[in-house]
Design a protein. Sequence first.
Length: 533
Amino acid sequence: MNFRDVMALAKRRGILQAAYEPYGGVAGFFDYGPVGVRLRRKIIELWRQHFVLGFGALEIDSALIGPESLFKASGHLSEFDDLLVECLECNKLYRADLLVEGGGALDRDGIAVALAGKKCESCGGKFDVPRPFNLMFSTNVGAGRGTPSYLRPETAQGIFQAFPWLLRQNRGKLPLAAAQVGRAFRNEIAPRQGPLRLREFTQLELEHFFLPNDEPELPNPLESIEINLVPAKGKKKSTTVGNALSSGIVDSSLVATHLARTQNFLTSLGVAKDKLRFRQHRANEMAHYSSDCWDGEIYTSLGWVEVVGVAHRGDYDLSAHDSSSSKEFRVPLPGTEKEREVWVPNIGKLGKEFKGKAKSILEAIKNVDIEPDISIKANGKTIVLSEEYLSQKTERGSEMVFPYVVEPSFGLDRILYCLLESSWKRDGEREWISLPQETSPYDLLVAPLMTKDRLDEKAQEILQSALDMGVDAYYDEAGSIGRRYARADEIGIFFSMTIDHQTLEDGTVTLRERDSKNQNRLSIEDALDKVRR
RNA sequence: GCAGGCGUGGUCUAGUGGUAGGACUAGGGCCUUCCAAGCCCUCAGCGCGGGUUCGACUCCCGCCGCCUGCACCA
C-alpha cells in the first residue's frame, strides 16, 4: 500500500481530499470528509484518554490569531523568519545563514555583507539580495491599518501565555499539565506529500510543567514499556523505558514518561511496535526553544514519518513571556519562604521635604536595598537619606523560579495518514482497513439481507436501538450482502449485523467480525452488547 | 521556489483540430436466504484563464494542482 493508493482510497471513501478541489485545490490544505472526521474524532478521543483524562490535565482552547508581541516573545518571529537568497543564474533558493560560515551568529545585515563575495554552489552565479521569508501567516486585526498579527504556528503558545491563569485554576500547584487540540498554521514554502506536510494542520499538545528541582518521576507501571530508540549519539537500541532512563540514554524522567505514554497511545491506535521508533534530535536540528527532543516516527512506504515530538523546552517559553509581558510567570519555590526586615522609603516625608525632586529620588532607590544614611544620586546631586525618611517593615516572600516544561506534541493529520497506510489490508480482491474498534469510524454495519418481507423495517428498528445505546452504527440495504460487507470493510467498520427471516422468527441475527469474517448467530441483545464499547 | 514530467466523470483509463467512449464505483428498479452475482435505467468528466483558428479537450502562452529531483521543512 503506497501513498498514491492511500490518497485514492481516502478520496473515494470520504476520508479526505484537497481543499477547494472544485477550484483546482490549494497545496497544503485538505478537507476531511464524513469518514475522515470520524477517524479524527476517534484518534482525538483516545489521545484525550491517554494524555488528558485520568491524568488530570487541564484542557484549553485558545485563540488562533495572536498579536505580534506574542510571537516576538516566543521567538517565532525571528526564528521562523528564514533569510532566503536566490541565485540570479539558476534561481536556486538557499538559506542565507547556512551559506555563510558562522551565519547562525550573525544578524541580517551581517549575513548580507558576508554573502557579498559568495557564488552559487551549483552554478557559480551571483546571488540576489537576501529576503526574509516568515513561516507564519500574517494578518491585521481591526480596521484601518490594524494591529499586525499572525496565525499561530503551534498551539503551544496559547498554553504558555495562559500559564498564570491555568496555574490559578490548578490552585497554584505544580506539576501542572495543560492540553490543547487545535489547528496551527505554517506557510510552508513547498508543501508536498499531502497530509504529511500541511500549511494548516491539527496538533494534539500537552505541556507538562514542573519545578526544576522536582521533576516527576517515571511511574512504575511505565518502566517496563519497551521502545525503540535512536539516540543522537550511539547506536539504535530497543530497551525498556526504565533502562533507557537509568542508563542515561534518556536524560529526563518526564521525557521518559511521555515517551512511554506515547508508545502506549500509538500502539493502542493500531500502530505496530516494530514500525515505531523514537529518534533523538541532533543539536543542530533542535527547535529554537528545545533543549532535548525525541521524534516518534512511524515507518511507511515513504520512509520514517515523524508523528510526534517529545521535547524538553526548559523554561524558554515562560521566561520569554515573563520578560515580554507584564505578568508574573514564575512560581514561588516551596521551602524558601522567608521573612526579612527591610527599609522602605517614607514617601510622605520625602514628598514634603523634597517636593518635586521626590519622584527622582524614589526612582533612584527602586530595586535597591536601602538602609539609613544611604547616599544616592538624584538629579545629579548626591543626597543622603537619614533614618527619618525611612521606615522598617517585615517582608515575607519566596524565591521565585520558572517551571520547566516537557511537551509531547502530536500531528493528527500525520497519525491519520500512517494509520490508514499501515492498517490497510489486502487479500486478493478484498481490501479493508484493519483498525481496532476504538479507532474504527463505525462500530457496526446494520444490514437487512433483503429489502422485502419487512426485513428492512426490522433492521431499521435495530439500527435505532443501536444508535440509542451509543453504538456508532451505519445502515446499508443497497446491493447484495457481499457488496455491503465489502463497502463496510473498506472504511473499516468493525462489526456487521445481518437481519434475515430467522430474525423475525426468533430474534437472532448474524454478527460478522471484520478482520476474520467469522459469523455468529446471536440474539439481538447479545449482539448489541458485544458491539457496545 | 527551480528543473523535468503530468492533468479526461468519484476512481482507473481510451481518444481526436469538428466539443468525448470504456471499466469500476455510486443512485433508481427487477431479481436475490450471507461475502463486490445477473439484467434494465440513471447521475457525472476534458484543471483554470487567455491566444491562434470558421471551430481547441487536442496547438501556443500564463496560472493552479499533482509527481520526481534539488532547495526548504518548529
